[in-house]
Design a protein around this ligand. Structure first.
Ligand SMILES: *[C@@H]1O[C@H](CO)[C@@H](O)[C@H](O)[C@H]1NC(C)=O
Ligand SMILES: *[C@@H]1O[C@H](CO)[C@@H](O)[C@H](O)[C@H]1NC(C)=O
Ligand SMILES: *[C@@H]1O[C@H](CO)[C@@H](O)[C@H](O)[C@H]1NC(C)=O
Ligand SMILES: *[C@@H]1O[C@H](CO)[C@@H](O)[C@H](O)[C@H]1NC(C)=O
Length: 324
């Protein structure tokens, strides 16, 4: 009797184990040290509600103490949401870098690009860092690639109230593929400079791993919109399904020079009326974005290519040391 039963038990256990391992676990990090978006609680609430139906498990925290090798080892990815300024100390930044090198995935939303300005590893993960944005207003976002899960469902002209982000560098320069841009005639700006010419993707550089970033997500109403939520989860799960994702048992990051992935990116913008009005121009925080703060003119170095809104970066450099 026992001998008949055992095989069945084993099958059941194996199935359970496989199921558990294939649900990626992601640390959602919403820490801020400067400007704080009041949509953060909404983001946490909505992400928590939507996780299971998108096959992801989330743990939410604002504790920088979680950024250690041993704690990060329990996650497949990190999702930075609406952060500002120095949300990790040097030890935390180093642990995050090792996490990426070991196959951990990065995804970021909205002002996740307005923190850790001096951390070059973080820059490579996010693709580009926030510089400034025009005032909050309606703008029309344009998918450049509708084959990607983050953008496949979007209307050809996605118009709603959002901040249009301008970045300090072109995300293509770190291997990102820009998935979504903005119609620069669709909103008012207070500062315009010719965008840099698009830089070609770096060819030849080995890539492993994926990351995804979108500059969208300022308002509560956006977080409550299913089109936006699909955008976020499409990008996040695409990143998690990359060859480096530990949930899928590949573990290729740092080991191969053969993985090709494209990345991402996004947004653009110009800064708008704020400087003049003094109201809200650089909301991710003046200090986080020095260029946007006092003076009307942002740092010229920063003006990125035309806007980028959703960034998915393929990871990065490889060789031996992948720096995502
Ligand atoms: C956004 O939602 C949060 C609660 O999730 C609330 O505290 C905040 O006031 C809302 N912001 C606006 C502008 O309504
Ligand atoms: C970032 O680097 C700049 C230039 O080296 C320096 O002035 C600034 O203090 C640094 N910020 C942090 C938070 O380390
Ligand atoms: C979500 O946003 C899209 C595009 O802006 C809009 O067409 C749609 O009606 C919104 N959905 C809801 C439920 O508000
Ligand atoms: C590189 O990728 C190709 C195509 O996917 C595959 O056939 C080949 O085995 C890979 N090489 C290595 C060393 O992983």
């Amino acid at each position: 009797m026992l001998s008949r039963i055992r095989p069945l038990l084993l099958i059941a256990l194996m199935t359970a184990t496989i199921t558990a391992q294939s649900t990626p676990k992601v640390l959602v990090y919403t820490a801020t040290r400067g400007y704080r978006h009041d949509s953060i609680p909404t983001a946490i609430d909505v992400l928590g509600r939507e996780a299971a139906s998108h096959g992801v498990r989330f743990e939410f925290s604002e504790d920088p103490g979680l950024f250690t090798d041993s704690t990060l080892a329990g996650f497949d990815g990190v999702l930075f949401v609406s952060n500002s300024e120095e949300v990790l100390d040097h030890a935390g930044q180093a642990a995050l870098q090792r996490f990426f090198q070991g196959g951990g995935v990065y995804a970021g939303v909205h002002s996740a690009s307005a923190c850790l300005y001096n951390d070059t590893t973080y820059l490579q993960a996010v693709g580009a860092l926030f510089d400034y944005h025009p005032s909050l207003q309606e703008a029309t976002f344009l998918p450049l690639d509708k084959t990607h899960p983050a953008t496949a469902h979007l209307p050809d002209q996605w118009r709603y109230t959002e901040e249009v982000y301008y970045f300090r560098s072109d995300p293509r320069s770190v291997g990102a593929t820009v998935l979504l841009t903005v119609d620069e005639a669709s909103y008012k700006t207070w500062y315009i400079e010719s965008p840099e010419s698009a830089q070609p993707l770096r060819e030849g550089a080995a890539k492993a791993g994926r990351s995804f970033y979108t500059s969208l997500g300022h308002l509560n109403s956006t977080w409550e919109n299913s089109t936006f939520i699909q955008h976020i989860f499409g990008g996040l799960t695409w990143a998690l399904e990359g060859a480096s994702t530990r949930a899928y048992g590949q573990g290729l990051v740092g080991v191969t020079d053969n993985v090709t992935v494209s990345a991402s990116a996004s947004a653009s913008g110009t800064a708008s009326g704020t400087a003049a009005s003094g109201s809200h121009a650089a909301s991710p925080g003046a200090s986080a974005a020095p260029s946007a703060s006092g003076s009307a003119k942002p740092s010229s170095a920063a003006v990125p290519a035309a806007g980028v809104a959703a960034l998915a970066v393929g990871a990065a450099v490889a060789g031996a040391a992948v720096v995502l």
